[in-house]
Design a protein around this ligand. Structure first.
Ligand code: PLP
Length: 392
């Protein structure tokens, strides 16, 4: 066995330096708990960035993966296998009712939505379609989704990026209305901006987006990659909002820990693609699809979703009362906090980690909390105690 210092050295030698990691090696997870290589226990309020919403190593998901892996791993997308088709059915029936494209990650789900919106617009004779996006959004790191991600990722390093994306301020419904016009193929929105630091988009902006799409025929695309899979206390965040999208993308917790993404369309826009237009080797393969079906079995449960809303509310109000916290935002168990000026969020998260609580710093002066939805009252109390201590 290697120690953390040796792992750091190995990574420095062999891995491209794309991540700034905390100096801890996790070796085991169960429910809301993680253990490091030295046997120390942690309370996980990050869930691998909202991936393990069902908790670490949920027995139902582990069993589904192991069972399918022992039967059939995959045969390519040139033949039929049942789990992927069942997953498409399940996603459609639980959301927009149309057709689904399965893929392997969030950015791929968004690429699919972008390609679908562009092909549909081409069909209407629009040669250079535009997609309206909001400042502060994060839609991924491929060239297409990077172009849809104003500011949050380093666009300048990777140019030229694909044209056709128009960014507007996230809190200005008029700017959004003005930006949407004849060339608009889609308006793409994260209903709560996660990477920005958990910023819910105001209802008037969502309503403006819906009416701009209704007037122009553009598609309203909701990126539910972080907000979906029960995170906000409903299976999809839009269920608690004033508007319904035409297209929704999901990933992260969808695969129950394995890489699964999906783009779901409303019924009349599901037939834009034809065979050969789009695809991916691993997409919808039996093992990952079986994991996703099991994750949906666990998460699409009214009791768990109610508990997510209740515990989220309790955690948020407790956090708002702590010294050093100026604002708490979010919904359900997707919670962001801004700290008073001068408090170093990285330092706070570092001390929380040393005390055994895993939390995240989405940006300067901000903290983000994304615990597994299977936490209990005791876990909320324990996390609050750690936060009270480290903020003091
Ligand atoms: N969209 C949102 C809202 C995200 O939070 C993320 C990842 O954090 C992505 C898209 C990209 O997902 P992936 O990293 O799976 O490509």
């Amino acid at each position: 066995m290697v120690n953390v210092a040796e792992l750091v050295a190995l990574e420095e030698r062999y891995a491209m330096p794309t991540y700034a990691r905390a100096p801890v090696e996790f070796v085991r997870g169960e429910g809301v708990r993680l253990w490091d290589a030295e046997g120390r226990e942690y309370l996980d309020f990050f869930s691998g960035l909202s991936v393990h919403n069902a908790g670490h190593c949920h027995p139902r998901i582990v069993e589904a993966i192991a069972g399918q892996a022992g039967r059939l791993g995959g045969v390519s997308n040139l033949y039929y296998t049942e789990p992927g088709v069942r997953l498409a059915e399940r996603l459609s029936e639980s959301s927009l009712g149309g057709k689904v494209f399965l893929c392997n990650s969030g950015l791929e789900a968004n690429e699919c939505a972008i390609k679908l919106a562009r092909k549909r617009a081409h069909g209407w004779g629009i040669d250079e379609p535009e997609i309206v996006v909001l400042d502060g959004a994060f839609h991924g790191r491929s060239l297409g989704t990077l172009a849809a991600t104003p500011r949050l990722a380093r666009q300048d390093l990777f140019g030229p990026l694909p044209p056709g994306f128009v960014a507007v301020p996230r809190e200005d419904p008029n700017a959004l209305r003005d930006a949407a016009g004849e060339r608009t193929a889609a308006v793409m929105i994260e209903p709560i901006q996660g990477e920005a630091g958990v910023f819910p988009i105001a209802e008037e902006v969502l309503v403006a987006a819906r009416s701009a799409c209704d007037e122009t025929g553009a598609l309203l695309v909701f990126d539910e990659i972080q907000t979906g899979m029960g995170r906000t206390g409903s299976l999809w965040a839009y269920e608690q909002l004033a508007v319904r999208p035409d297209v929704m993308t999901a990933a992260k917790a969808l695969g129950g820990g394995l890489p699964v993404g999906a783009c779901v369309a409303r019924p009349d826009v599901g037939d834009v693609f034809e065979p050969g237009d789009h695809g991916s080797t691993f997409a919808g393969a039996p093992v990952t699809a079986a994991a996703a079906l099991a994750a949906l079995d666990v998460i699409d449960d009214p009791d768990l979703l109610r508990q997510t809303r209740e515990l989220g509310g309790r955690f948020s109000s407790g956090l708002a009362e702590l010294d050093g916290v100026v604002e708490v935002r979010g919904r359900g168990l997707m919670v962001g906090a801004t700290l008073v000026d001068g408090v170093d969020a990285k330092d706070v998260a570092g001390r929380a980690l040393e005390t055994g609580l895993v939390i995240n710093v989405p940006g300067p002066g901000m903290l983000r909390f994304l615990p597994p939805l299977v936490i209990g009252d005791d876990d909320v109390d324990a996390a609050m105690n750690v936060m009270r201590d480290v903020l003091n």
